[in-house]
Design a protein around this ligand. Structure first.
Ligand code: SF4
Length: 188
């Protein structure tokens, strides 16, 4: 922990699974994330090594339309809370795929959850294209078939393999966003 700075987050996005990429992209576009989205992404960033000090810098800068006063009143506490520094002082960990898949349903404007489940198939194919997986390739079909069978973690595992050919076939399937990041970066 503590090895990732606020400045480095954008450059690490290529190592993120689709759930964290989506949250990051929505944050950059909207300059805001709603509660559950903040929680899911904030804990993922904590997992990959963003300290509470860097997290406060990251969120403050990312919410660029929010003034200092409002940030300190409405968001600072929640960031510190997820690092165990406020309230019940529980040192939260990032959610597993299972927790994300069974977590709160999406409301309007929400960005949390697992994109293999929450995206329409059209949006998923578009997202895969941005990762370099072309729409009519056999890889794309395998991912779509896994999603249609509701095997979301298999879809995510296949996407990892297709986008990291040098790493070969994974011995175990993806069950945690942190695991995806660690396998991609080689950082444990
Ligand atoms: Fe994220 Fe897990 Fe879904 Fe992959 S399967 S996108 S790591 S929640």
């Amino acid at each position: 922990p503590g090895e990732v700075t606020a400045d480095q987050v954008d450059s690490l996005v290529p190592h993120f699974p689709l759930c964290a990429r989506h949250l990051h992209n929505v944050l950059r576009k909207e300059k805001h994330l709603r509660h559950f989205s903040r929680l899911q992404y904030g804990l993922f960033l904590k997992d990959i090594g963003l300290s509470v000090e860097e997290a406060l810098i990251f969120w403050k800068r990312s919410f660029s339309n929010v003034n200092d006063d409002k940030f300190n009143k409405e968001y600072r506490y929640n960031v510190r809370h997820s690092y165990g520094l406020e309230g019940n002082r529980k040192n939260y960990k990032g959610y597993s795929c299972q927790q994300i898949l069974t977590g709160p349903q999406l409301g309007p404007g929400d960005a949390h959850g697992c994109p293999y489940r929450t995206y329409s198939l059209d949006n998923l194919v578009t997202a895969l294209t941005t990762l370099g997986i072309t729409p009519d390739s056999s890889g794309c079909r395998e991912v779509v078939d896994a999603v249609k069978g509701r095997h979301y973690h298999i879809a995510c595992t296949r996407v990892f393999e297709l986008t990291h050919p040098q790493k070969g076939t994974l011995e175990e399937s993806i069950h945690h966003p942190l695991q995806y990041y660690q396998l991609s970066t080689g950082r444990q």
